[in-house]
Design a protein around this ligand. Structure first.
Ligand code: SPV
Ligand code: MG
Length: 326
């Protein structure tokens, strides 16, 4: 058994060409990413939590995340890789997560070797790491729990983020690969790509490698391609771009108390209806609702009371009922 979405994500992870995953945090951003041409989505923990007005510290429960993912994955045909943080607990929580994700046709999950509740990788230094063997058990439990052969588990190595160095990152990556991870995500918070390039050089082609260049954004994509990375994640840019737009609009409306200078900068409501699929509903209504009765165009007056007219003809014949003042 293999779902087309799980298969599609696996192909992106293992394909010869460099692939891209676009962050999405709700059904709308998922649709926008798909329409732009992206072949896969990143369900970013940072963006999802921010869009819900909470912190990226597992303040949303895992079932709240799943409910949101259902809207996202229902909205599109492309696969979604969930940023599953630490797997929301130990190996047991991880295997339950995998089962529940498969039930919602979510194509894969990335888990990171940190401690629950996690902290975003760009906050503070020296974040504690999970015990390597315990994390390997979590990967194994997830792989054993999946029923779809194509469901992917990506193991995220946080050793560079935590300042433990390249040797530790390689050691952990190798242990996670042996535990069954389908790909490794090597994360870095440096403004230059040096340490992830050094990792890839040593790693070779042992298994696919995913990167998140949020902090080393000025590195040309060609460098990643040449180094042989498999997937680049644009991890939070739809959430951040929408924050910029919302802040501008809210501040402008607060100040100007008028829509006049805002209207040309925002999509029209017809564009909102289009992306919601309003047209499909209109067509479905024609197929499934009884044909609408035309409103009466004429009333033929005749003698007699016409019992259906009730009180109108209690004390007069139909022909004497007042209509439009006559
Ligand atoms: C996320 O998008 O939530 C990530 C990537 O985990 S990062 O924020 O760069 O850690
Ligand atoms: Mg995250």
């Amino acid at each position: 058994m293999s779902s087309p979405k799980a298969k599609a994500l696996r192909e992106l992870l293992t394909g010869k060409k460099l692939s891209f995953l676009m962050e999405a945090h709700n059904g709308l951003s998922a649709k926008i990413a798909e329409e732009a041409g992206f072949q896969g989505l990143w369900g970013s923990g940072l963006s999802i939590s921010a869009s819900m007005g909470v912190r990226d510290n597992n303040e949303m429960s895992w079932t709240q995340v799943l409910d949101l993912l259902e809207f996202m994955t229902d909205a599109v045909k492309i696969p979604l890789l969930l940023d599953g943080d630490t797997g929301y607990g130990n190996f047991n929580n991880m295997r339950r997560l995998v089962q529940k994700m498969e039930a919602r046709d979510i194509a894969g999950v990335c888990i990171e070797d940190k401690l629950f509740p996690k902290t975003n990788s760009f906050i503070g230094d020296n974040q504690p790491l999970a015990d390597m063997d315990e994390f390997c058990g979590k990967i194994k439990a997830g792989k054993d729990a999946q029923t779809d052969d194509s469901f992917s588990i990506v193991a995220r190595v946080e050793a560079l983020i935590a300042g433990w160095g390249l040797a530790e990152a390689l050691k952990r990556g190798e242990a996670y690969r042996r535990a069954g991870a389908d790909a490794i995500l090597i994360h870095s918070k440096l403004s230059k790509a040096d340490e992830i390039l050094a990792f890839k050089k040593e790693w070779g082609d042992r298994c696919p490698v995913v990167i998140v260049p949020t902090k080393y954004y000025s590195t040309p994509t060609e460098v990643f391609r040449k180094a042989g990375f498999n997937v680049v994640i644009w991890a939070n840019h739809l959430m951040r771009t929408s924050m910029t737009a919302m802040q501008q609009t809210a501040q402008q409306l607060m100040k100007e108390e008028s829509l006049i200078n805002v209207e040309d900068r925002v999509v029209g409501v017809n564009e909102v209806f289009r992306i919601q699929g309003a047209k499909e509903l209109e067509e479905a209504e024609k197929r499934y609702l009884p044909a609408k009765q035309e409103a009466p165009q004429a009333l033929i007056l005749a003698a007699g009371r016409g019992k259906e007219l009730g009180v109108l003809t209690e004390d007069r014949p139909k022909a004497m009922v007042e209509i439009a003042g006559k």
